[in-house]
Each structure stands twice: as C-alpha cells, then as structure tokens.
Ligand binder design. Sequence first.
Ligand code: FES
Length: 348
Amino acid sequence: MPFQVALNFEDGITRFIECRPEETVAEAAYKARINIPLDCRDGACGTCKSRCESGSYDGGDYIDEALSEDEARHGYCLPCQMTPHSDLVLRIPSTSAAAKTGAAAHTAQLAAIRRHSATTVEFTLDVDDRDGLDFLPGQYVNVAVPGTAKSRSYSFSSGPHRRQVSFLVRIVEGGAMSGYLSERARVGDRIEFTGPMGSFYLRELTRPALLLAGGTGLAPLLSMLDRLARQPPAHPVHLLYGVTSDQDLVHLDTLDDHAEAIPGFTFDHCVADPSSNARTKGFVTNLMDAGTLHHGGADVYLCGPPAMVEAVRGHIATLGVTPAGFHYEKFTPATTVVHKASPSAEAA
Ligand code: FES
C-alpha cells in the first residue's frame, strides 16, 4: 500500500503524493510531475537534502558529503535515496514554482453557517472532490469571496479526516468575507479555494506541547486537536486561549470534549476585557510561567494577531526559557483585510 508524502515547499504550498514502500520519494515526486531539487540522484551531491518532520523511513545509501551523520540525526534526509516506512511530511528546499507545481484549486458548496456571536462566524464546506484534498492540521487555504474579486486566507478548524471542512472567521467592519457571511451567504452557494498552504502544522509530538491561541487563531489549533483526538499523544498537551471580549469566546464545549477524550490534554482561557465573566482576565502571558513551558522541554504552537505573537515571544524571553520547538502564525484581522502572513517556524 502506498504511503502519503506531504511535500511542503518554501512558499508554504503543500502537495501530497503517493509513494510506494519500494520507491524513493524523488521517484514518486517525478511521477506526480513535481520537480523537487535533484542533481546526482545518487546520494552524492546533497542537492535534494530536505527535512523530514514526521514519519519513518529508510534513508538509503549516500556519502557523508551529501548528508552527515549529524544532519541525519536532526531529521535531514535525501529524497533521491529515502524510501518510506510510513506517511511522511518533508520540508523541500525550493519554492513550489521552482518545482513546477503550485497550490491546488478546489470547488465546494457552502454546507452550513454557524454564527457563534456578533464577532465570530464559522462556515462549513462540502468539497466537490474531497478525496483530492489533503492537508496537515494547522494549514490554511485561500478562499475566493463569492461576488467579489477578493480572496481571504483561513485555517481549517476541522481535522483532515473529516468529510466536511470548516473555518472560523472574525467579523470585521467592511471586511469582504465578513460582508459576504453577514449579508449574502446562503447554504448551497458555490465556493472556490486554493491550497493547502502553510508551515504552521502539527509535527510529530515527541515531547509536551503548549498551544497558544488568540481569537480566531484558535482555528488551526482546533484542527490539530481534532487530529490528536484520533491519534492520542504520548505527551501532555496544554492549550491557552485568549480573546478580547466574552463574545469572542467560541468552542469551549469542543475544548471540554477534547479534554475528556484526549489523554493528557488540558486547557485554560482568559479574556482581556476587565468586565468579562471569565475566571481569568488579561492576556495568555498571565497564564504562562517557566513550568507551563516545561522549562524549555515543550514545543510551542502559537497562532494569533501580531501583537499577541510578539507579546508571547517577549514573555518567553523574559522567562529565560528557550522552547524545544517554536512554531507560530500571525494573522491580521484588519478592517478590510483578513490576511494570514506567511507562517514560519523558528527557535524563539
Ligand atoms: Fe544528489 Fe539527492 S540528488 S544527493
């Protein structure tokens, strides 16, 4: 049975290919007409060197100049030599354009609109070719706003295994998608989108994880939790969810369900508004100390507006802790644009 290999390019675009256990990832990519960087194809030059972020494989034969022992230990691999033992996620050192591929286009039908509050709406799609859409939990797509020439980026809030896909939208005055969802959207509308994209996705959990969400930045973390509900983690996972006002709080019932279903999963939330009914008022940083970060032994996944992302990074620095892994995504819910900046992962 072939394995699924996610090729995540430098521009965030992700293509999924099938790779049989006896073929190399490079051969499978070639068959899928995706030109990942290759030169010698013999494990000698290192041109194809990529990073495997998830899954197991046989690294194949190569010389030390192409891939050192230390690099191999840190997850680097040679797609021209490696054969999969499981599904894989690879970071490919080129753009999708250089690999002569791009984001896949999809069509769908609007299946449901759920108005959580005046500030937050969720929409759900039936994708026409659902089997042709794969994504990693945490990734996003660019949605063409019906009746306009605009598109907006939204992270999946549903897990990759679900037949229907869902997204959370913060309603902003004058926003293209906000206007559509608030005034014109009808179940049955046709929706087009491209993707998946983004490098903010759940890696294999090899240590505790701290998930941090600001506002509708909860969406990609919900998708990750949906995955963890199916593949329970071997390490504790804690979520801190911060919003501006009580009406921004959504999916607390879903988080309660996950806390029951996912071993080792806990969460807390806070509201910045001093008049809130929430038990904790203020910002997520108020709920974070060195222990929350397992004194540097945790992977951090952070999604929120730029100010929150910067505040969290500053707070972590103040605590004198360097997280084992730090992945973040910023989004800007501006008055007319909902834009998700290129996600990135780096050491804090
Ligand atoms: Fe030369 Fe893979 S293409 S090592």
